[in-house]
Write a protein that binds this ligand. Structure first.
Ligand code: T4K
Length: 374
């Protein structure tokens, strides 16, 4: 049996991509905000229901420079440790201090009830993550941000195309970042975007991703280079034509998993959020070893021996990373710690065969019944 990996990049038919890149050969225009870049920008703006979007070479640079463009100049950012390395690194690389807030037991997002106690006179922003596409407690976060004059930057890397109460999730907070990495619901090979509504902010962002260049003879910012190239943009144009279909297929996979695994003792499935139109980005299961009879690690290792490769997104927590040299106390985020040791994200992609989903679930239910030697 071929390896079943946690995900598989979605790709358009090859002929469609070749057709899309033909005019790049005619123009010899490969990057620096070319035609494909501009076309994709306007298509994404419409698809995501946002005022503005600025495209980047990847989601991380979008987040890092998106934060930089807010001019927060030192200070503390309240954030979650239950995320990919990028979120915390983006804060630290901006010379800001992450202050870790615990997460909610049910949807794994930042626990808004615990934010206020972490606000100090140094706090400048809140950086929550719509982890797995689960939307944060946005109204409460908004209330706190207004009360203390804080910026809200959403890491919406997992939330492409989702809506909350009918609004594009990219409109939440001051700015939101989407990742268009190969592993995401929607990809531009590598890529990312920052959504915003303030035009002046957009101008700063543009300079930051293009060396701080104002015009041919003036450079007025110490910018980086984080532009999306034309081949990525062409991939994005093609993938956008298929993304709704992609999400429908993912939905079927998720429904099959839910059907097979709901009611298995010791397995808790991801929440369904009533006001959210989901993109079915990930399929995390929380394994309670007391009730299930095996640990998350045992299940993961057993599946790997059967050529199925789930992932422990997100373990370890970012506040335990070696690179931070013990600066943060993981005991301040006990729920995140408990979840990170018990969560397993199962394989999920649009063309994952439903029979394979059944096989994965069979293995898990048999482990529950003690019918497999771990
Ligand atoms: N914020 C959050 C909350 C994020 O989750 C991420 C990225 C970011 C920010 C930053 O956005 P980007 O700068 O990446 O745009 C993967 C992705 O690389 C990363 O984008 C993603 N989050 C993270 C959750 O997952 P790894 O280290 O697990 O990737 P890797 O190479 O092990 O790939 C995982 C599986 O994906 C493979 O087993 C097979 C499949 N795959 C992978 C690649 C690279 C493909 O099918 N095709 C491919 O080209 O991080």
């Amino acid at each position: 049996m071929d390896k079943i990996l946690v995900t598989r990049a979605s790709m358009p038919p090859m002929e469609e991509y070749i057709e899309e890149i033909k005019d790049i050969w005619d123009s010899h225009w490969l990057t620096n905000m070319g035609c494909k870049h501009e076309e994709l920008t306007s298509q994404l703006k419409e698809y995501l229901k946002v005022d503005y979007i600025s495209l980047f070479s990847n989601g991380h640079m979008a987040l890092e420079l998106g934060l930089q463009a807010l001019n927060l100049s030192g200070g503390e950012v309240i954030t979650t440790p239950f995320t990919f390395a990028s979120t915390t690194h983006a804060i630290v690389r901006n010379k800001l201090k992450p202050v870790f807030c615990d997460i909610r037991e049910d949807d794994y997002t930042l626990d808004a009830n615990k934010i206020e106690e972490l606000v100090t006179d140094r706090t400048v922003a809140i950086l929550p993550v719509h982890v797995y596409g689960n939307i944060c407690q946005v109204e409460e976060i908004d209330r706190i941000a207004k009360k203390y004059g804080l910026k809200v930057v959403y890491d919406a890397a997992h939330a492409f195309g989702e809506t909350y109460k009918g609004r594009g999730v990219g409109t939440l907070g001051d700015v939101s970042m989407f990742s268009f990495h190969a592993t995401k619901v929607y990809n531009t090979i590598e890529g990312g975007g920052i959504c915003y509504s303030d035009e002046d902010y957009g101008k700063k962002l543009f300079r930051l991703k293009n060396f701080g260049i104002r015009d041919e003879e003036s450079v007025d910012g110490v910018g980086a280079n984080a532009k999306m190239n034309e081949f990525s943009a062409a991939m994005g144009i093609c993938n956008l034509r298929h993304v709704n279909e992609e999400i429908d297929h993912r939905k079927k996979v998720v429904e099959r998993y839910r059907h097979n695994l709901s009611g298995v003792e010791g397995i808790r499935l991801n929440v369904i959020q009533s006001e959210v139109v989901s993109n079915y980005a990930y399929f995390p299961v929380f394994i309670d070893e007391q009730k299930f009879g095996a640990t998350r690690n045992e299940v993961s290792e057993y599946l790997k021996r059967r050529n199925i490769f789930p992932r422990k997104y997100f373990y370890p927590l970012t506040n335990t990373f070696e690179c931070y040299n013990g600066k943060f106390d993981v005991n301040t985020t006990p729920v995140a710690l408990r979840v990170s040791k018990r969560i397993l994200t199962l394989p999920l992609y649009a063309d994952l065969d439903l029979n394979m989903v059944d096989q994965i679930c069979d293995i898990i239910t048999h482990i529950r019944k003690g019918e497999h030697n771990l």
